[in-house]
Design a protein around this ligand. Structure first.
Ligand code: NAD
Ligand code: DAU
Length: 347
């Protein structure tokens, strides 16, 4: 099978490729990525010379580049990760979210539709639970929950989901969608909560908690998300949507406390000193209060369940950031420092 992976130099895409390329020597993988600030080819060093892997720099918002790539590679399967993914950046500057997430997905769907006149193809669209908006203290998102996105990021992902479904219903394109909860694990860019807190704690910097820290997220270890994606590809129904979650609802402040304990244990620091670094800062505008996923459809239809809990997965993640100082150094560039100043300076 010829597998086109978009956004494979980002966090989830690179974990997906690192797990899939060696495990599936019968398949050929092409990773197409525009190499934005969130990408890092260092993530892929373990597989970059594998005979069944190659990389091309492609901007999916450029239809000519997408068409050329489909014509050259002729994929049987598209696994679509590429997106602008950070809610706070979408609030500061939404333009690239519209471009990459909506126009980029549209270009891929058009190319997939054209390719399908020659051969069968499956389009797996990787999406988010943020399309459903915010929950109160009760209830879960199911696959039939109405879309109600709050941020430019989630609105752009909702829009891309609608396009994918429309291409299935209108043109019969074989598509599947996964809507997943918050991921964490190796190679996550330290603008997101978990790596930001780990790296700030390691260097005794403030730990900025938005609002009162009571917002709830459902945390899933990235390898579990990757296994869910393969499960949906292999066992999910064409035209269907599957929610993916970890059954690990936690308040942000509890996540930060747990990370302080783990960083103290793993790095030989004093936990009380790390807790002192917690700083409550101005809230995110439109901040969704609670996300919680009902993943029972994926379990019932395909037998998928997560394997990691925060107890095991958070510790592995802290260890990974401690054991990879070169990677950390490579992402803390001038751009990263400018973003830190822009997002946190005025809070
Ligand atoms: P990321 O920001 O770490 O990586 C995104 C990748 O997409 C980067 O390598 C970037 O260079 C690439 N990209 C961006 N715009 C592009 C363009 N125009 N053309 C080609 N490549 C482009 O994101 P992530 O956290 O790995 O998320 C991957 C996907 O999973 C996204 O679609 C996101 O919406 C979805 N998702 C993420 C999470 C999460 O918790 N991180 C949860 C659910 C769903
Ligand atoms: O739910 C899936 C989504 O999870 C994905 O679609 C997104 O791509 C991914 O970025 C993530 O979105 P969140 O906004 O939930 O993740 P983030 O790590 O930015 O924030 C998690 C929670 O922590 C959220 O309630 C905001 C809060 N937070 C975040 C940062 C960066 C803080 O309190 N302080 C911070 O500095």
């Amino acid at each position: 099978m010829r597998v086109l992976v978009t956004g494979g130099a980002g966090f989830i895409g690179s974990n997906f490729l690192n797990l899939s390329v060696p495990a599936r020597p019968q398949d050929t993988f092409l990773n197409v990525d525009a190499l934005t600030y969130a990408a890092n080819l260092k993530n892929l060093e373990a597989i970059e010379r594998a005979p069944n892997y190659s990389f091309e720099r492609v901007d999916i918002a450029d239809s000519a580049q997408v068409d050329q790539c489909f014509a050259g590679f002729e994929p049987d399967l598209v696994v679509h990760f590429a997106a602008e993914s950070h809610v706070d950046r979408s609030i500061v500057a939404p333009d690239s979210f519209i471009r990459s997430n909506i126009i980029g997905t549209f270009n891929l769907l058009q190319a997939a539709r054209a390719r399908r006149t020659k051969s069968e193809l499956l389009f797996l669209h990787v999406s988010t639970d943020e399309v459903f908006g915010s929950l109160g203290s009760e209830g879960f998102f199911t696959e039939t929950t109405a879309y109600d996105p709050s941020s430019p990021y989630s609105a752009s992902k909702a829009s891309s989901d609608h396009l994918v479904r429309a291409y299935n219903r209108t043109y019969g394109l074989p598509t599947k969608i996964t809507n997943c909860s918050n991921n964490y694990g190796p190679y996550q860019f330290p603008e997101k909560l978990i790596p930001l807190m780990i790296l700030n704690a390691l260097s005794d910097k403030p730990l900025p908690v938005y609002g009162e820290g009571t917002n709830v997220r459902d945390w899933l270890y990235v390898a579990d998300h990757c296994s869910a994606i393969w499960t949906v590809i292999e066992k999910g129904r064409v035209g269907s949507t599957y929610n993916v979650g970890g059954n690990n609802e936690m308040k942000n402040i509890d996540v930060v406390h747990q990370l302080c304990r783990l960083v103290a244990e793993e790095a030989g620091k004093n936990e009380a000193d790390l807790l002192e670094l917690i700083t409550y800062v101005k809230d995110r505008p439109g901040h969704d209060q609670r996300y919680a996923i009902d993943a029972s459809k994926l379990k019932a239809e395909c037998g998928w369940e997560p394997t990691e809990t925060p107890d095991t997965g958070f510790r592995k993640t802290v260890r990974w950031y401690l054991d990879n100082p070169d990677w950390v150094e490579s992402v803390r560039s001038g751009d990263y420092l400018r973003w830190m100043e822009q997002n946190y300076g005025g809070r």
